[in-house]
Write a protein that binds this ligand. Structure first.
Ligand code: NAD
Length: 480
């Protein structure tokens, strides 16, 4: 049994009230560990430690802070296999995915922001004949970072790294569903030479530990990634306290396929953009729109490939898909498949739970599911399912597909497949999304703005956007 502890003031600590939650292994459906069920008392200790550390950390140079963060990056890399195994076990994702995506990306996040901050120059604005404005950017103080379960360490470090690099002290909470790699990170941080209290990791439930972070008056900014409902609650709670907010929320991303695309490349990538990480990536394209003239060809080729995806336990080298993250989540996804049937959809493949052999027979596996015959505005096509479920919808014109693509409350990302350059630009310009991939998917450059429009979020992460979020600008004018 693995018992995880909080990381507060440089120490691994039991929760103040001594209560723990069960941690489940999605591959087997069994409890395999415990995590602190932290309360506001634990958050209070973390905030006090962070406040004490702030003068030390914020007065270090960018280079000094960067050197410590590089040691954290290297520290994760050195324990790569352990981190990969922990991420896969905690989340249910194939080991190969954690090894190629999640953990290398967490290594890069620390590396990227440790160095990026050294190039983060402040602006000056010359006013002819009058004087000059210059802008300073200082760390905010103590900030809160709250992350979800789908890409656990990847998204946790995506927030923590820019917050730390720009001189803030952090109180962070990983998802209670996937806490393990954040715990391993606290061990790495302990050995990195980072002053005690600069990074504090509090484990526990959103409604207790998370809520205490959101409501704490000394936490001046909240960077949150998770569901739109939670984001709305956080905005409602933290807004009147005038906290800076960065909210990365849900999505229902369109994948728009025109008949003139490179068909083979499109099919290969569309299988990935539909089912990578069991469809549990906020950037997965869950609504696939296909130009009518290639609809039947697409359907046949897509289903043939999807049926070759092996659903298996995460450590199986043949696994292309593992388990979804939890029993309630599996039940939610299966209930959406039932809803799709009620709404008149036809299940072309999948549509059911997969039962593996012992000891994985109680694991949370779902067959990759493809549905057609639904209207673009039904619930299945409007609400986020966040699992291995996609819908196929034919279209006739650019106007029609844009209308359908833009019909949801969300606007995180979109994918467009065409070899007509003008159409690619035109469609990218009109689709309501913060991130658009043309003839590609999930190509990430950490310098680019990352985030969504409408109910997919407020603000942007990545590159300068993140460093600007985690700093306060002050403009100074001097006349000639
Ligand atoms: P969630 O909103 O349930 O939880 C996210 C985090 O918030 C967890 O750490 C949770 O403990 C915490 N939390 C829950 N209630 C809280 C509260 N009242 N106060 C403070 N913290 C609280 O989301 P989830 O189920 O973990 O993640 C899935 C969602 O995340 C999906 O909607 C997905 O689209 C979204 N997501 C978005 C992005 C993005 O970049 N836009 C990336 C990944 C995931």
């Amino acid at each position: 049994m693995i018992r995880i502890q909080n990381f507060i003031n440089g120490e691994l600590l039991a929760p103040v009230k001594g209560q723990y939650l069960d941690n489940y292994e999605p591959a087997t459906g069994k409890v395999y560990g415990e995590i602190p069920n932290s309360t506001e008392e634990d958050v209070e200790l973390a905030v006090a430690a962070a406040e004490k550390a702030f003068p030390i950390w914020s007065n270090m140079t960018n280079e000094e802070r960067g050197a410590i963060m590089m040691r954290i990056s290297l520290g994760i890399e050195k324990r790569m296999d352990e981190f990969v195994a922990a991420e896969s076990r905690d989340n249910g994702k194939p080991l190969s995915l954690a090894a190629h995506v999640d953990i290398p990306r967490a290594v890069s996040n620390f590396h990227f922001f440790a160095t990026a901050v050294e190039h983060f120059a402040s602006e000056s604005h010359y006013m002819e004949g009058m004087g000059i404005n210059y802008t300073t950017r200082k760390p905010i103080g103590v900030v809160g970072c709250i992350s979800p379960w789908n890409l656990p360490l990847y998204l946790f470090s995506w927030k923590i790294a820019p917050a730390l690099a720009s001189g803030n002290c952090v109180v962070a909470k990983p998802s209670e569903i996937t806490p393990h790699t954040a715990y391993l990170l606290s061990e790495v941080v302990k050995e990195s030479g980072m002053p005690a209290g600069v990074l504090n990791i509090v484990h526990g439930l959103g409604q207790f530990a998370g809520d205490a972070i959101v409501k704490h008056p000394k936490i001046k900014a909240i960077s949150f990634t998770g569901g739109t409902k939670t984001g709305e609650y956080i905005a409602r709670t933290a807004g009147p306290m005038f906290k800076k907010l960065s909210l990365e929320l849900g999505g229902k991303n369109p994948n728009i396929i025109f008949a003139d695309c490179d068909f083979d490349e499109m099919i290969k990538t569309t299988v990935r953009s539909s089912f990578a990480n069991q469809g549990q990536i906020c950037l997965c394209g869950s609504r696939i729109f296909i130009e009518r003239s290639i609809y039947d060809k697409f359907k046949a080729a897509f289903i043939a490939r999807v049926e070759q995806l092996t659903v298996s336990f995460p450590s199986d080298p043949n696994a292309k898909m593992g388990a979804v993250v939890s029993k309630p989540h599996m039940e939610k996804v299966l209930s959406y498949i039932e809803l799709a049937k009620e709404e008149g959809g036809t299940i072309l493949t999948g549509g059911h739970r997969v039962i593996l052999d012992v000891p994985y027979d109680e694991g949370y596996y779902i067959a990759p599911t493809v549905i057609e015959g639904l209207s673009y505005d039904c619930r299945t096509n409007q609400e986020e399912i966040f699992g291995p479920v996609v819908t196929l919808t034919p279209f006739d014109t650019e106007e029609e597909v844009l209308m359908m693509a833009n019909s949801t409350q969300y606007g995180l990302s979109a994918t467009i497949w065409t070899s007509d350059l003008k159409r690619a630009h035109r469609t990218a310009d009109k689709v309501q999304a913060g991130i658009v991939w043309i003839n590609s998917w999930l190509v990430r450059d950490l310098r680019t703005p990352f985030g969504g429009v409408k109910a997919s979020g407020v603000g942007r992460e990545g590159g300068w956007e993140a460093l600007r979020f985690f700093t306060e600008a002050k403009n100074v004018f001097i006349p000639y």
